[in-house]
Design a protein around this ligand. Structure first.
Ligand SMILES: [Zn+2]
Ligand SMILES: [Zn+2]
Length: 148
């Protein structure tokens, strides 16, 4: 599914008069396949296919893709950006124990409330921090083991 998506994004790049370089195409593919990576992780994956690609190129390309609204940068509880394709409105559940990120659909009510304020909504995104299912059950197990 993401493969098709990456092809569509490359076409958008072309339609908007941007050159489709090997680097741009590769980075779009990496982001399409792995949501929520930061620039260094994207760089690491991109180098598997294109060992000469530099971190500066990755940053430059990410900025361009962001300007074109092809990718979005989200913080996910960390000071640096993580990248994902511009998808439908969604909320990030970020586990503060293991760092796992789960996408859940944003309630449509959020958009409605903002629009009632006369606010033109481009995108709804939010981060909810907490403990994921795996970490919670691990914690419960540990507590149980502690009491016996
Ligand atoms: Zn967790
Ligand atoms: Zn996401």
């Amino acid at each position: 599914v993401s493969k098709k998506h990456a092809v569509e994004l490359v076409n958008q790049l072309r339609r908007r008069g941007k050159r489709v370089t090997r680097e741009r195409e590769l980075l779009l593919r990496v982001i399409a396949d792995n949501a929520h990576l930061d620039a260094e992780e994207i760089h690491r994956l991109a180098r598997r296919e294109h060992p000469q690609i530099g971190l500066a190129t990755v940053y430059r390309t990410l900025n361009l893709l962001k300007e074109l609204d092809l990718v979005t940068a989200v913080g996910l509880g960390e000071p640096h950006s993580h990248f994902e394709l511009c998808a439908e409105d969604h909320i990030h559940l970020v586990c503060s124990t293991c760092g796992r990120v789960v996408d859940v659909p944003a309630p449509t009510a959020v958009r409605k409330v903002a629009e009632r304020e006369g606010f033109c909504v481009h995108r709804v995104s939010a981060e909810i921090s907490g403990t994921c299912r795996t970490c919670t059950s691990r914690q419960i197990k540990r507590e149980k083991a502690g009491t016996t």
